[in-house]
Design a protein around this ligand. Structure first.
Ligand code: UD1
Ligand code: UDP
Length: 368
């Protein structure tokens, strides 16, 4: 089988790693990087660390408004599809690269396989929610990470071609946490970061909060962004913040108090896993990081009104917080002593890559 896979943004590289390895054992995959993320620490580092094959095409679309960026991807992907004539096209998640890939293939009647189908926040203002709904409704096979995702699709009348494969990010975590511990438990990470930020020594004494912020609903609203930083500056432990380039650009003009906040450049996946598993708590608006915190048994506070990953909320392992200084502080500093970790069975068994391959090759059938 000849498959074209579209990737473009950081979380998609992490999802692609186990699938590409599995699929290429018996089939042909052509990898197309849209170029949505392009900085070395947002793209190349993941290919190097995770052994992802070099993309066959890089469209180099870069940043832009939603319409411009998506249109440019659509044009480039269509050209490749016409030339390569694949048997199918695979997309991951909910970014503009996802929608562009699915739309280009659907119009050419090329079967679309959507990995991480069925996720919903039920907040249509989110670009990701728009991308997910549209992609799911034009996909031929909907590869769901959880039963919740399967049920969400059913509510929208989508039952044909729906398969629960488990979560592919869980595969990537299980394959790499041992490697990350081996690489960084000797303290090497400390040197990697210290060169960028002298404040790093603060975090060793009494633990740290690991934070990431990049969701448009938080970064594009100056009041919300300022509230997040104000809350971080008043927390009872230092906040280690690998800063997404979107957020870096937006805090330039903001009057923010950086006391207690240790800002570093985005880090590679292995270091991120290590930092997540050793943090006192993760504080984030990322989708993927909420799950990784859960898989690695680190409590989490999510700085959003909704989450697509409702399984992580069980036993208050993950807690949602509005973007209000007082609420963030009280949610993050909540009592954790009796916290019981829910078992991650709802995300499968860490063999989603294999199940996705089976489903794609066998018309939706997987070996139970
Ligand atoms: C995108 C996805 C989001 C996902 C996130 C993962 C969409 C609509 N959003 O958001 O769902 O959670 O990726 O990280 O697809 N930039 C750089 N260098 C880069 C990449 C981006 O400087 O390598 C800056 C640019 O100023 C750019 C901004 O970040 O305008 C936003 O990038 P973009 O890819 O449009 O959206 P993300 O916020 O990264
Ligand atoms: N991540 C990383 N380095 C960082 C920040 C995040 O490797 O500095 C990883 C994180 O561990 C997770 C993924 O990036 O695997 C999540 O991507 P992001 O938060 O950008 O997007 P989302 O999941 O919200 O779509």
């Amino acid at each position: 089988m000849k498959l074209i896979t579209i990737i473009g943004a950081r979380p998609q590289f992490i999802k692609a790693a186990p699938f590409s390895e599995e699929f290429r054992k018996n089939h042909e995959e052509i990898l197309v990087h849209t170029g949505q993320h392009y900085d070395a620490n947002m793209s190349d580092i993941f290919f190097d660390e995770l052994g992802i094959p070099k993309p066959d095409y890089n469209l180099g679309v870069g940043s832009g408004s939603h319409g411009k960026q998506t249109a440019s991807m659509l044009e480039g992907i269509e050209e490749i599809l016409l030339k390569e004539k694949p048997d199918g096209l695979l997309v991951y998640g909910d970014t503009n690269s996802t929608l562009a890939g699915a739309l280009a293939a659907s119009k050419l009647h090329i079967p679309v396989f959507h990995v991480e189908a069925g996720l919903r926040s039920y907040n249509k203002l989110m670009p990701e929610e728009q991308n997910r709904i549209l992609t799911d409704h034009i996909s031929d096979m909907l590869l769901c990470p959880t039963q919740t995702a399967v049920d969400n699709l059913k509510k929208e009348g989508i039952t044909y071609g729906v398969v629960n494969t488990g979560d592919i990010m869980y595969d990537t975590v299980l394959r790499n946490i041992g490697i990350a511990n081996e690489k960084y438990s000797n303290g090497l990470w400390f040197d990697e970061i210290v060169s960028e930020n002298g404040e790093i020594s603060k975090i060793s004494e009494n633990g740290y909060y690991l934070a990431t912020i990049h969701r448009a609903e938080n970064t594009d609203n100056p009041e919300k962004l300022s509230n997040i930083f104000k809350a971080f500056s008043e927390l009872n432990k230092p906040v280690l913040l690998p800063l997404h380039p979107r957020t870096e650009k937006l805090i330039e003009n903001l009057e923010v108090d950086m006391k207690n906040i240790i800002i570093i450049n985005p880090v590679g996946y292995l270091l991120m896993l290590y930092l997540t598993s050793n943090a006192y708590m993760v504080v984030t608006d990322s989708g993927g990081l909420q799950k990784e915190a859960y898989f690695l048994k680190t409590p989490c506070t999510t700085l959003r009104d909704q989450t697509e990953w409702i399984e992580t909320l069980e036993n208050s392992w993950n807690v949602l917080s509005k973007i209000d200084v007082k609420e963030i502080k009280s949610k993050v500093q909540r009592e954790l002593t009796c916290l019981k970790h829910p078992q991650p069975k709802s995300f499968g068994e860490g063999n989603a890559a294999l199940k996705i391959c089976e489903a794609i090759v066998n018309g939706g059938k997987i070996n139970e």
